[in-house]
Design a protein around this ligand. Structure first.
Ligand SMILES: [Zn+2]
Ligand SMILES: [Zn+2]
Length: 110
């Protein structure tokens, strides 16, 4: 194994380069799509939708009364048996005034 030539070493180096380029590709892609958006004049935060979903109600505009303790399980049960007028009331989200979204802080001020 003493006969490794310069071209073999070069080939190995190219192989390593290609491999690391493949590994880095997703990151490069993310970087480009972000810079692409700004070069196209699109908002980096919302992509020109001009709104961001409310974190409290997950964009639905309503939250279930009773908070975290009674969520999902009871509601799913009632929905399963077809009684949508369930005891779990849905109330308007007070954080977003039941809109389900906020104006995007990045571009709504333009
Ligand atoms: Zn909300
Ligand atoms: Zn925006």
């Amino acid at each position: 194994m003493d006969n490794i030539t310069a071209s073999e070493i070069a080939g190995l180096a190219v192989g390593v380069l290609l491999l690391s380029a493949t590994i880095a590709a997703p990151k490069i892609d993310t970087f480009f799509s972000s810079s692409q958006r700004s070069s196209l004049g699109l908002c980096k935060r919302c992509g020109n939708v001009r709104r961001t979903a409310c974190a409290k109600c997950k964009g639905t505009g309503t939250i279930k009364e009773g908070g975290l303790l009674s969520f999902n399980l009871v509601d799913d049960l009632y929905e399963t048996i077809g009684n949508r007028e369930s005891q779990v009331k849905k109330i308007a989200c007070d954080k977003c005034q039941a809109k389900g979204y906020f104006p995007c802080p990045e571009c709504s001020k333009l």
